[in-house]
Design a protein around this ligand. Structure first.
Ligand code: COA
Length: 362
């Protein structure tokens, strides 16, 4: 049921703007097209945090501060017990982050940004029966994540692709998880509380949980020839096609193309399964054609999750881990929004429309 609440302005922000009609994402005044490729995770993180913490950080200082925070956090890995390892990776990661202290300062922010980067690879390795890999503080966050995941130094193309992903998803207006972060921050709770609330909102399949199902869909389709029939059947069953549609974008999600371009160097250098890419391209073409035919009044195009799935798979992440990798990139956005809210905002307290029964008048 539509209730018009999506049009309510819930926050003012200087962090990012999503223009759904033009298909443009602006982060701190710069269009995503000008950030990717080229910008690093540390670069976009420094820009998002600019003016919001008790002392300034540059991309260079952030690189070494995050390196030190990763090393510091590694001591927590010994606390990953059987109970936590039996959970889906994003839930185990959230539980580990819940152990961190709360606060509003840069040190808390750095530990929160480094925590998913250290915890997720360790959780995945332990779940696969492998030994976790200690962080290397001299590396960039992206290179170290891939190294901790695979126990090998990543190629330059792989590191650049993960940087492109983390930059692309670093912030995106007032999406559900960012709103959750701001609501908690508006009570003047600490950054850890905000980030935990945001992770809870992120994991649902209508938000950050879609890319795993995108791969399930590609696996079920199997061959290019089967794409049209499979997609038609899925829509006939009333299902939604994962990786398509968006609440704000009425045109192509600009993040989809940023990630598609980020995949190109991996494709050219043979570091991606070419058949998989060809299947994905066929599925995308077929889905767009069928959605246009079925929903002529509702422009539905590809969204960020479609290419997220292909990129993260190419980098060696298993699909269960995708939401956790999303959290690695988005945490800095959640923190920046929480700080902006705590510094400039008021308590967020929307009103509901009561539609239940009223007490009988005597
Ligand atoms: N596949 C098929 N139909 C879709 C669709 C999809 N991916 N996305 C939207 N639609 C249809 C809806 O069924 C609805 O049709 P109806 O009016 O006949 O009932 C219409 O388009 C509008 O849908 P609505 O629910 O208003 O869109 P929304 O703004 O609430 O939904 C999403 C946005 C992202 C939740 C939705 O597009 C979706 O579920 N996509 C798949 C999951 C996904 O990729 N999530 C990641 C988002 S980045």
């Amino acid at each position: 049921m539509k209730n018009g609440l999506e049009d309510v302005i819930a926050a003012e922000t200087q962090l990012s703007d999503v223009d759904g009609e033009r298909g443009r994402l602006v982060i701190r005044g710069v269009s995503l097209d000008d950030l990717v490729p080229g910008e690093t995770y540390e670069g976009v993180a420094a820009s998002l945090l600019d003016g919001l913490m008790e002392r300034p950080v540059t991309a260079t200082t952030l690189r070494s501060l995050l390196g030190a925070a990763r090393v510091d956090l590694y001591s927590h890995i010994t606390r990953l017990d059987e109970g936590l390892l039996a959970l889906p990776p994003v839930d185990a990661m959230r539980a580990m982050i819940a152990r961190l202290g709360d606060g509003q300062d840069l040190d808390t922010a750095l530990h929160l940004m480094a925590a998913p980067a250290v915890f997720l690879p360790a959780i995945l390795r332990l779940q696969a029966g492998q030994r976790p890999v200690t962080p290397d503080e001299s590396l960039s966050q992206s290179a170290d994540i891939l190294r901790m995941l695979t126990d090998r130094m990543p190629s330059a193309e792989q590191t650049a692709a993960l940087d492109a992903y983390l930059v692309t998803i670093s912030d995106h207006g007032l999406n559900a998880s960012t709103f959750a972060s701001r609501v908690v921050a508006s009570t003047q709770a600490g950054l850890t509380s905000s980030v935990l609330a945001a992770i809870g909102a992120l994991k649902g399949p209508l938000h950050g949980g879609a890319p795993g199902p995108v791969l399930d869909m590609l696996d079920a389709i199997g061959t290019e020839a089967n794409a049209h029939a499979w997609l038609t059947d899925a829509l006939d069953r009333g299902e939604r096609l994962m990786g398509f549609g968006h609440r704000i974008y009425r045109v192509r999600d600009p993040r989809a193309d940023a990630l598609k371009n980020a995949l190109s160097p991996l494709v050219r250098s043979g570091q991606v399964d070419r058949e998989r890419m060809a299947l994905a391209a066929s599925v995308e073409r077929a889905a767009l054609a069928i959605l246009k035919e079925r929903k002529p009044d509702r422009p539905l195009d590809v969204n960020v999750e479609f290419y997220t799935a292909l990129l993260l798979e190419a980098l060696g992440f298993e699909r269960q881990a995708f939401t956790g990798v999303f959290a690695i990139g988005r945490t800095v956005g959640w923190i920046a929004h929480a700080r902006e809210q705590a510094l400039n905002g008021r308590l967020i307290r929307p009103r509901s429309i009561y539609t239940g029964p009223l007490p009988k008048v005597a």
